[in-house]
Design a protein around this ligand. Sequence first.
Ligand SMILES: [Zn+2]
Length: 194
Amino acid sequence: MTGRTHDLAAFSGLLIAFMSSNLASVSLVTLFLSLLFNQVGGILPDIDQPTAPFWRNLPIGHFIGKIVDKVLLGGHRFLTHSLLGVMFFGLLFYAILLFIKSIIGGVDLNIIFFSFIIGLLSHLLLDSFTKEGIPLLLPVTKKFGFPTNKRFRITTGKFVEHLVVVPIIIILDIVMIYSDHSTIINFFRHSLIR
Ligand SMILES: [Zn+2]
């Protein structure tokens, strides 16, 4: 899937988690950092692609991306697209959060951590619908995908992704926000007055 679709899916995953929990106790800073790191988690698995947006934005990013891709991560859709990769990124991110905690007070690190993990898992879920599948259970190298028959899966960047998957995710987001809009309005009203 393309970066935009992953951004959207990560956001939807976060929306579902927030809608099914109590927003009232979450601070605005926590919400902002949750959104930010949810989006980072949503695209992070594709750092194993030399052409990933992550690398394109660095001056010699394409070159570094190629080295990271081949030497460290084992090529596209390998370590970063597995549960082992989620554990690896999770531990790394937790260490970063402990550092952030020593600088910024008053943020709920657990919420930020799970927002990041939701982003990562949404990436894996979405890529499992594509023809290539993902090596979910590494070190078992078999690639998994849904449906199991590859012919019914999506080709990245083609019309099914743009004309079916993206609109479905957007409609889902709109329905979720609309059905709970009073909670969202109350949250921002209270946070801004607080
Ligand atoms: Zn991917």
